[in-house]
Design a protein around this ligand. Structure first.
Ligand code: HEC
Ligand code: HEC
Ligand code: HEC
Length: 219
C-alpha cells in the first residue's frame, strides 16, 4: 500500500509536466517528495525492498555494534556460532525449530534457576484460508518451547480459536504473526510460505466464488 501511494505521488507531477502545466510542476514535485510515506522497519523483509547481501555479518560489520569498540571484536561471529545447525534457504539460514528438536540447542528458560523447564502446550490451531493457498496451521508446541503464553496472549492474540482477524497484509505490516515473523523468527518469503500454509485443502475444495462470478451470463 505504501508503494502504491508512493507511485501515485511520483506519477502526478510527471503527468502535469506532460500536459504542459509547467509553471505548477516544480512546486508540486517538491510537495510530492515531502509527502512520500516512510517505509517502516516492519517492512525490511518486503521483497520489493533491497535484499541484504549477507544475512549473518560479523558483529563489526552488522551496523548494530560499534566497530571502533574493541569489545565488539571479542564477540563470536554468528556464522561460527551457527556451524553445524540445520539450515534453511531464508532468514538467517538456520532452522531453529529443528535445531531445538534435534537437541542441538538448550535455551535456558529461567534466568536464576537453570533447571526450570518450559511449559510446552501441544495444540495446533488450523486457520482455513479462503484463497487457494493451503490452510494455515499455527503450532503451539514449537512456540511455547521458546515463548511464554503471555508473549502472545492477550496482547497479540485473544486465546480463542477464530477470534482474531489475521491477514497477509497485516502480517507484512508487522502485525499479528508479523510481530515476530520477519523480525526475530523466520521471514515471509516465497520459500517460507509453506511453513505456515502447511495443511493441504480438503479433497474436492473449490474457491468460494460469489454470485457475480457464478451467475455471470457471459461466462
Ligand atoms: C506465538 C504466539 C502464541 C503463544 C506463545 C501462545 N499462543 Fe495460544 N494461540 C495463539 C494463536 C494464534 C491462537 C489462535 C487464535 C485464533 O484462531 O484466532 C491461539 C489460541 C489459543 C487458545 C484457544 C484454543 C481454542 O481451541 O479456542 C488457547 C486456550 C491458548 N491459545 C492458550 C495458550 C497457552 C496456555 C499458551 C502458553 C502455554 C499459549 N496459548 C501460547 C498464539 C499463541
Ligand atoms: C511472539 C512471537 C511470535 C508470533 C506472534 C508468532 N510466531 Fe511463529 N514462531 C516464533 C518463533 C520464535 C519460532 C521459532 C523460531 C523460528 O522458526 O524462527 C516460530 C516458528 C513458527 C513456525 C515453525 C514451526 C516449524 O515446525 O518449523 C510456524 C509454522 C509458525 N511459527 C507460524 C506462526 C503463525 C501462523 C503465527 C500467527 C498466527 C505465528 N507463528 C506467530 C515466534 C512467533
Ligand atoms: C508466518 C506465517 C505465514 C507465512 C510465512 C505466510 N502466511 Fe499467508 N497467511 C498466514 C495467516 C495466519 C493467514 C490468515 C488465515 C486466516 O484467514 O485466518 C494467511 C492468509 C493468506 C492468504 C489469504 C488472504 C489473506 O490475506 O488473508 C493468502 C493468499 C496467503 N496467506 C498467501 C501467502 C503467501 C503467497 C505466502 C508466502 C509468500 C504466505 N502467505 C506466507 C500466515 C502466513
Amino acid at each position: 500500500m505504501n508503494i502504491t501511494a508512493r507511485f501515485t505521488a511520483l506519477a502526478l507531477p510527471a503527468l502535469l509536466i506532460g500536459t504542459a502545466l509547467l509553471a505548477s510542476a516544480p512546486a508540486l514535485a517538491g510537495g510530492a517528495a515531502a509527502a512520500a510515506p516512510a517505509v517502516s522497519d516492519a517492512n525490511i523483509f518486503n521483497r520489493n525492498l533491497k535484499k541484504t547481501a549477507d544475512p549473518n555479518p560479523p558483529p563489526w560489520e552488522d551496523g548494530i555494534h560499534d566497530p571502533e569498540n574493541e569489545a565488539t571484536h571479542a564477540l563470536q561471529p554468528p556464522k561460527e556460532a551457527y556451524a553445524g545447525l540445520p539450515t534453511t534457504t531464508f532468514g538467517n539460514h538456520v532452522d531453529w525449530v529443528k535445531a531445538l528438536d534435534d537437541g542441538l540447542l538448550r535455551p535456558r528458560w529461567d534466568r536464576v534457576n537453570s533447571n526450570e523447564e518450559p511449559f510446552v502446550m501441544d495444540l495446533d490451531i488450523v486457520r482455513p484460508v479462503k484463497a487457494s493457498m493451503p490452510d494455515v496451521v499455527f503450532p503451539h508446541r514449537q512456540h511455547t518451547e521458546w515463548l511464554f503464553c503471555s508473549n502472545c496472549h492477550p496482547a497479540i492474540f485473544v486465546p480463542q480459536k477464530g477470534a482474531n482477524q489475521i491477514s497477509m497484509s497485516a502480517i507484512l505490516l508487522g502485525q499479528k504473526c508479523g510481530v515476530c515473523h520477519g523480525k526475530v523468527s523466520f521471514p515471509i518469503t516465497t520459500a517460507s510460505c509453506k511453513k505456515c500454509h502447511s495443511k493441504p485443502k480438503p479433497e474436492g475444495w473449490t474457491p468460494p466464488l460469489s454470485d457475480a462470478t457464478l451467475k455471470n451470463p457471459w461466462k
